[in-house]
Design a binder for this molecule. Structure first.
Ligand code: A2R
Length: 317
């Protein structure tokens, strides 16, 4: 039986990926979490690990000997990356180098999938949409710059040490249990709070004109699972829906899910210092390599995410 390790598995995506690997792929699976995080996933072993400690990564890998490594650990918020660039650079660049270097020191070759971001493409020109993997990267924020760096270093390790490393550039993924630091979860949570009478009927928003490529997190982890099996060493794959939707359209769809009359107000605190107008993936390379297909429509994900927040608020009462 294949053995998989998810580094940074206590976050939003980690939980879904663990379910995919255990329930669908049938792998023996472990995840790592930060010491202060709480993480319990049925059928999954959990280890404490800070990727800023290379020796600890090496010790865990030497002991657990995974065939597949999914490197998810990151400071994953663009917003936080403006507030705390040092931490973002430490975790996303130095931490990733620690992971790769720990793998290099092993006496066998696991396959590694590095999780990057569609944000790496940054200031995309209109004639570059949809964006394929060979597109120029022009990162527009600190988070994106760290992910570009991770991708480059992954390629260098793959070539220099003949390591089995692949990278993805994941576009926006959404679903139940995502942190309200991210736009869709933020809107869904605000709507649930208004319905529960916990706040006035006003939803606070940032830049509504930006267009992003949203995919259900369960479709995203399916792509990761296919890529770790079928992806080609040294290659980068976009993972996204292939269709950009404006934040305004997403907001309208979420508001339609509620019977409340909700006013929309702009909140300067939610506006980013630099915003990239449109990001949309060309996923031909992923589809050709793995046969992946998006299964869950956006409307379903939004409905489930609003319901998730309604239930969560009820359970907190
Ligand atoms: O920051 P925390 O305490 O929530 O922990 C996050 C963890 N993490 C670390 N793990 C090990 N060593 C570190 N120094 C370290 N710093 C942070 O990585 C969290 O549990 C996990 C990342 O999960 P999320 O922030 O929920 O990200 P998500 O949405 O699951 O995205 C997974 C990957 C990331 O590489 C994103 O940049 C990419 O997909 O889009």
């Amino acid at each position: 039986m294949k053995r998989a390790l998810i580094i940074g598995g206590a976050g939003f995506v980690g939980n879904y990926l663990a379910r995919q690997l255990v329930d669908i792929d049938g792998y023996e699976t472990a995840v790592t979490k930060m010491p202060q995080e709480v993480c319990q996933i049925p059928g999954v072993e959990v280890f404490d690990l800070n990727i800023l400690e290379k020796q600890a990564i090496y010790a865990l890998l030497k002991d657990y000997r995974p065939d597949y490594i999914f490197h998810l650990a990151a400071q994953s918020s663009v917003f936080v990356s403006w507030k705390n660039p040092e931490l973002t650079i430490d975790v996303n660049i130095k931490g990733s180098v620690n992971v790769l270097d720990a793998v290099r020191m092993l006496d066998y070759q696991p396959r590694i999938l590095l999780i990057g971001s569609g944000e790496e493409y940054g200031h995309v020109l209109p004639d570059e949409i949809p964006i394929d993997e060979d597109n120029k990267v022009r990162p527009g924020n600190i988070y994106a710059a760290t992910k570009v760096c991770q991708n480059l270093i992954g390629k260098i390790y793959s070539q220099a040490y003949n390591m089995d490393i692949m990278s993805v550039r994941a576009f926006n993924h959404i679903g139940p249990n995502q942190s309200p630091m991210f736009v869709v979860a933020d809107f869904c949570k605000q709507v649930a709070e208004i319905e529960a009478g916990k706040s006035e009927p006003v939803i606070y928003v940032g830049n509504l004109s930006a267009k992003r490529d949203f995919t259900d997190v369960r479709d995203v982890v399916k792509a990761y699972s296919l890529l770790i099996k079928h992806g080609k060493k040294g290659e980068t794959y976009n993972v996204g829906s292939g269709k950009a939707v404006s934040i305004e359209n997403i907001l309208d769809a979420i508001l339609k899910l509620s019977s409340e009359k909700i006013a929309v107000k702009q909140d300067p605190a939610k506006m980013r210092p630099v915003d990239v107008p449109i990001i949309e993936a060309d996923v031909t390379k992923l589809v050709d390599c793995t046969g992946w297909k998006r299964k869950i429509p956006l409307s379903c994900t939004l409905e489930e995410t609003v319901d998730y927040w309604r239930n969560r608020l009820r359970s907190e009462e």
